[in-house]
Design a protein around this ligand. Structure first.
Ligand code: KG4
Ligand code: ZN
Length: 359
């Protein structure tokens, strides 16, 4: 049964990676955003270990739910709908949130929406002021994903313009930080160290940026708006090896700054070009790498010169969380979208055009 409530009270559940998130939203107002992260448990491995993340979700889900409900001062009974991330993400991790959401929906008789994690990142946009701007795009940059989206309608028309064909940007930061002996998570460490290095010291490759020609005419090419960071990671590894072979000290700060410049240069130039070529005039930034100081600086500058209005939500709403899932759920309820029901599975590769799964 589809319902169209104007200010629905929605519980959102997120467990696609290493954050167990439970958020509650009424209409476009965020009541609570409770998050438990298992990041510390992954430190010694230098990256998220799916099995450990799943186990942490199992341990953290009930306490996170209880604290969210009590902080918001609402009971499960009062909730109008439940929304849960069904994908994309780590299968085992997604399963914990989905199983919990199904159990809650079954026990309470509330409608359940199985929603898209990437589109939920964009859902955050409604939490400050209610309405999303026209001609909207989103740039999502995290440890698990790197995408450019065109958002014609949050409830029924989201398109993927570009994505990484190998590593995610945050993953590249984490791997390079490991090479440089900087620990995990690598993003904040490289961001900090880069401030004392020279971003022009080493010219690292910018993946998928060479123009494609047919004869003498430049053609858009298949991967025009896509990203690739694995070649960059290998280039950093080779560079470090060269210094070590020569018995020279590795200029860690210069490598960090030059690596960061390569990542940020590609992300910002590709995002702005995708916007220009698709009539996007408002861009929303999301994902954990949104915390990066150089990304914020260069993206703001390049958007400004291209006449694109950039919105960067508070970082607690950029990283994975339950409020973004609840915010998108609330938009779906208000738009009268049919709930998914209980008969669905996680979809670790859920495409962005599947904003919510159809039963
Ligand atoms: O969104 P998030 O918390 O989790 C997912 O990956 O989904 O993002 C975490 C990622 C990690 O790869 C981390 O290294 C990166 O975001 N990160 C940063 C910064 N802070 C976090 N990358 C670059 N600069 C930062 N300041
Ligand atoms: Zn995410």
């Amino acid at each position: 049964m589809a319902m169209s409530v104007s200010n629905p009270l929605v519980l959102g559940i997120e467990s696609s990676c290493d954050e167990t998130g439970v958020g509650i939203v009424r209409g476009t107002e965020m009541l609570v955003n409770a998050v438990a992260s298992s990041m510390e448990e992954h430190v010694r491995f230098g990256g998220v270990i799916p099995e450990i993340a799943s186990r942490a979700h199992l341990n953290e889900f009930v306490p996170t739910l209880e604290s969210a409900l009590s902080e918001a001062g609402v009971t499960l009974d009062e909730i109008d709908a439940i929304a849960v991330t069904s994908g994309p993400g780590l299968s085992g991790a997604l399963m914990v949130g989905v199983a919990a959401a199904k159990a809650l929906a079954l026990a309470s008789g509330k409608p359940l929406y199985a929603i898209n994690h990437l589109v939920a990142h964009v859902g955050v946009g409604v939490l400050d002021g209610g309405k999303l701007p026209e001609n909207l795009g989103a740039l999502l940059v995290s440890g698990g994903h790197t995408e450019i989206l065109q958002v014609n309608s949050l409830s029924d028309d989201v398109r993927l313009l570009g994505a990484t064909i190998d590593d995610a940007a945050g993953e590249a930061y984490d791997k390079v930080a490991r090479l440089l002996g900087l620990g995990y998570p690598g993003g904040p460490a490289i961001d900090k160290l880069a401030k004392s290095g020279d971003p022009k010291a080493i010219r690292f490759p910018r993946g998928l940026t060479l123009p494609k020609f047919v004869g003498t005419v430049e053609e858009p090419g298949k991967h025009r708006h896509d990203f690739s960071f694995s070649g960059l990671k290998t280039a950093v590894a080779r560079c470090v090896e060269q210094y070590q072979k020569r018995g020279e000290e590795v200029p860690v700060a210069d490598i960090a700054a030059s690596f960061q410049e390569a990542v940020v240069d590609v992300i910002t130039s590709k995002a702005v070009r995708a916007c220009q070529e698709h009539g996007i005039t408002n861009l929303l930034l999301g994902g954990g790498v949104a915390a990066n100081s150089r990304l914020r600086e260069l993206l703001a500058a390049r958007c400004a010169s291209a006449g694109i209005t950039l919105r960067v939500p508070p970082i607690s709403l950029c990283t994975d969380n339950g409020a973004m899932v609840a915010a998108l759920g609330s938009q779906l309820v208000s738009a009268g979208v049919q709930p998914t029901g209980l008969k669905f599975s996680t979809d670790s590769g859920q495409p962005v055009n599947l904003i919510s799964l159809v039963a």
